[in-house]
Design a protein around this ligand. Structure first.
Ligand SMILES: Nc1ncnc2c1ncn2[C@@H]1O[C@H](COP(=O)(O)OP(=O)(O)OP(=O)(O)O)[C@@H](O)[C@H]1O
Ligand SMILES: [Mg+2]
Length: 253
């Protein structure tokens, strides 16, 4: 059974009196437990809008099921916010500059889990090490870290509650190319260790293929091709996918 199933999702933006922009047009997706689905497509094709609609942050038509249960637009936000975490492109904007790493990671545990101080501290230290940061990072503030380290902090925060489902929207696009590979490897390791289920969004197929089990190619609001990562890369059927594949650098990270 799918963890998340999306059927015929439609999202429109209305601006003034002109025709509405159909940002997402009849998209259907299935994500199985433990699977990472890569959603790839050029800027403006509707990837972020699709994820916002799934989260209940943007009104949409269509059906969304999570753990076999149909979620209406109102209940969805609440339900998903408890089981779902997000990783964004810009870790600096998503981290509170006034919180140390320890406070950042403790906060969700304080709100959502009944734990002793000791248990919280242990979980926080464990998570910090798991994402490859030194323990002395705990007392420092976000500004003290590089972009890649900040993304590690954001990943630790997203995963500390062991969410059932993670949406990562362009998680490495703001990072230097040399750092991107480290973060992608980290996500891949964590996925295996924690059995994460993930929707991994990027405009860059060379990034997506490093983490995704399956890839869905989005073009102008529609999924034009879908398949396991390898066959999409080796045998793309759609002209648009071939264009994306040709743009993948020949050098491996
Ligand atoms: N708030 C908004 N108001 C009006 N139109 C919007 C709004 N947000 C997005 N759009 C339009 O919806 C379409 C999809 O945008 P979206 O941000 O989902 O694309 P994306 O694939 O995430 O792009 P990127 O790779 O740049 O993040 C675009 O045509 C965009 O202009
Ligand atoms: Mg986007």
């Amino acid at each position: 059974m799918s963890l998340l199933s999306v059927k015929n999702l439609e999202v429109e933006f209305r601006k003034g009196k002109g025709d509405p922009v159909k940002a997402v047009q009849g998209v259907s997706l299935e994500i199985a437990p433990g699977e990472t689905l890569g959603l790839v497509g050029e800027s403006g094709c509707g990837k972020t809008t699709l994820s916002r609609a799934i989260l209940g942050l943007k009104a949409c038509k269509g059906e969304i099921q999570f753990k076999g249960e149909t979620l209406d637009w109102r209940s969805r936000g609440e339900m998903l916010r408890q089981e779902l975490q997000l990783i964004f492109q810009d870790p600096y904007a998503s981290l509170n500059p006034r919180f140390t790493v320890e406070q950042t990671l403790e906060e969700p545990l304080k709100v959502h889990r009944k734990l002793s101080r000791r248990e919280r501290k242990d979980l926080v230290s464990e998570m910090v090490e798991r994402v490859g940061l030194p323990l002395n990072a705990l007392g420092k503030y976000p500004h003290a870290f590089s972009g890649g380290q900040r993304q590690r902090i954001a990943i630790a925060r997203a995963l500390i509650l062991k969410p059932a489902f993670v949406i990562a929207d362009e998680p490495v696009s703001a990072l230097d190319v040399s750092v991107q590979a480290h973060i992608l490897n980290l996500l891949r390791d964590l996925k295996a260790e924690m059995g994460l289920t993930m929707l991994f969004i990027s405009h860059d197929l060379s990034v997506v293929r490093h983490v995704a089990d399956r890839v869905a190619v989005m073009y102008q609001g529609k999924i034009v091709e879908e398949g396991d990562s390898r066959s999409i890369l080796e045998n793309p059927r759609e002209a648009y996918t071939r264009k994306l594949v040709e743009a993948v650098p020949k050098l491996d990270v």
